[in-house]
Design a protein around this ligand. Structure first.
Ligand SMILES: [Zn+2]
Length: 124
């Protein structure tokens, strides 16, 4: 007669070790994933601001002055449609009294803001 019992399944210690390893992996992976997602969102927003700035520059070259974002949509030298920030922020183009233009996102603010100098009149 044998006194040795055959084991089936996992012991509690083995299961706890697996749970601990999974918890450590999750603690490392989740913050990295969230950080990568935030960076991608910010970079997309920055590209949108650059596209608005390019359209504003083309508009200023043709019309002599910057315009608001609403007046930029649908123009031949403007944008076909308003860009959408992946984080839900709204874009604004603020034309200052000196003629300069500030393009900003409500969500990302200074991280993606772009300021265009006032267009120079060519005097023709
Ligand atoms: Zn944004």
């Amino acid at each position: 007669m044998s006194t040795r019992k055959t084991r089936r399944g996992f012991s509690l210690v083995e299961l706890l070790a697996v749970v601990l390893i999974l918890a450590v992996l999750a603690a490392v992976a989740v913050p990295l994933y969230l950080n990568t997602q935030a960076n991608a969102s910010r970079r997309t927003c920055s590209a949108n601001v650059a596209a608005i700035a390019a359209a504003e520059s083309a508009q200023a070259l043709r019309g002599g002055a910057y315009v608001t974002l609403a007046n930029l949509i649908g123009r031949s030298e403007g944008l076909a449609e308003s860009p959408v920030c992946p984080s839900g922020g709204a874009y604004t183009c603020t034309v200052a009294a000196d003629g300069s233009c500030t393009i900003a996102c409500a969500t990302h603010a200074a991280a993606t803001q772009k300021v265009l100098a006032a267009p120079i009149a060519d005097g023709l």
